[in-house]
Design a protein around this ligand. Structure first.
Ligand code: 13P
Ligand code: SF4
Length: 303
């Protein structure tokens, strides 16, 4: 505790010196969410990065999020606590494969989940996050949509749109691990609880949801609901904001495996160190960034 107090003090000092803002995803460790200037899901964080006046953005999340911040705010310095914090789902699609699919479906619009590399975004017509995926897909012209890389979210969107979706086979290792058996066991144990679930989970798990939505949508639903008990089908870092919003409600994570190891690579010590050394910095080659920016800006304009 004493060590963390010293770290937090140093952090406050460095933040002022560098004119930095600390952005943290809801899946980060509590010790990071506690000191963040702004917490959010992928969508809110991208929006915040695009709007901030700070000179330095410290992005506590995974690599693609830092990259998206840099693409949207090219004149700012974007640093991250540890460059090993990647997203395995983002690595499941490569440029060559996407180009091949585009050649097979020349009329289709490419909609890419923000969990993807800058190179993939540069090959994309419009990005989306789990918070706006259905609206983004519905907003595009034409009937055919190439969807990368999350098959589970793609399946969920397909059920909520009339578009014809050509779906890539990627998935989130963490959310995809949750099974129907896990959820059924939890429902038997907590019969009064509502099951809230992220659409990155498998379709058969999502089908069991009393509520399905992005991280922010789940947080809002639980906060505003009259129900007092929830089984939570998303990453366990969300517990920080859930408990902050509703200290008297009960939250049970649907499985002990709902922990993204990549998100947890970051910690308070590394956060302070990156502000001290201003390393590692996110760099996106300008030609890639320019194309990728269009796909992100189009997303930010969708209502
Ligand atoms: P959201 O932040 O859009 O809920 O996405 C979840 C996720 O897995 C981020 O990596
Ligand atoms: Fe990637 Fe899943 Fe971790 Fe999000 S929770 S960063 S999608 S692996």
């Amino acid at each position: 505790a004493e060590q963390n107090r010293v770290l937090r003090e140093r952090l406050m000092q460095l933040k002022k010196e560098r004119n930095a803002i600390i952005l943290a995803h809801y899946y980060q460790r509590d010790e990071i969410q506690e000191v963040a200037d702004f917490r959010g899901d992928s969508f809110l964080l991208a929006q915040k990065a695009a709007q901030t006046d700070a000179e330095v953005i410290v992005f506590c999340g995974v690599h693609f999020m830092g990259e998206s911040a840099k693409i949207l705010a090219p004149n700012k310095t974007v640093i991250i606590p540890d460059e090993r914090a990647g997203c395995p789902m983002a690595d499941m699609v490569n440029v060559e494969g996407l180009r091949k699919l585009k050649a097979q479906h020349p009329g289709a619009t490419v909609v890419t989940y923000i969990n993807s590399s800058a190179e993939i975004k540069a090959e994309t017509d419009i990005c989306c996050t789990s918070a706006n995926a259905v609206n983004v897909v519905n907003s595009v012209e034409g009937q055919d949509v190439i969807w990368v890389p999350d098959k589970n979210l793609g399946h969920y969107v397909q059920q909520n749109t009339d578009k014809n979706m050509i779906i890539w086979e990627g998935y989130c290792n963490t959310h995809d691990m949750l099974t129907v058996k896990d959820v059924e066991e939890m429902k038997a144990k907590y019969p009064e609880a509502q099951f809230v679930v992220h659409p990155e989970c498998r379709p058969e798990v999502v089908a069991l949801g009393d509520f399905v939505g992005s991280t922010t949508a789940i947080l809002k639903y639980c906060r505003d609901s009259d129900y007092q008990e929830f089984i939570v089908g998303t990453e366990d870092g969300t517990g920080y904001q859930l408990r902050l919003d509703s200290p008297d409600k009960k939250f049970h994570f649907a499985s002990k495996y709902l922990v993204c190891p990549n998100m947890k690579v970051n910690n308070l010590k590394k956060l302070v160190k990156c502000l001290e050394t201003m390393q590692p910095q996110i760099y996106v080659p300008p030609q890639v960034a320019e194309k990728a920016r269009l796909s992100l800006e189009r997303m930010l304009q969708v209502k």
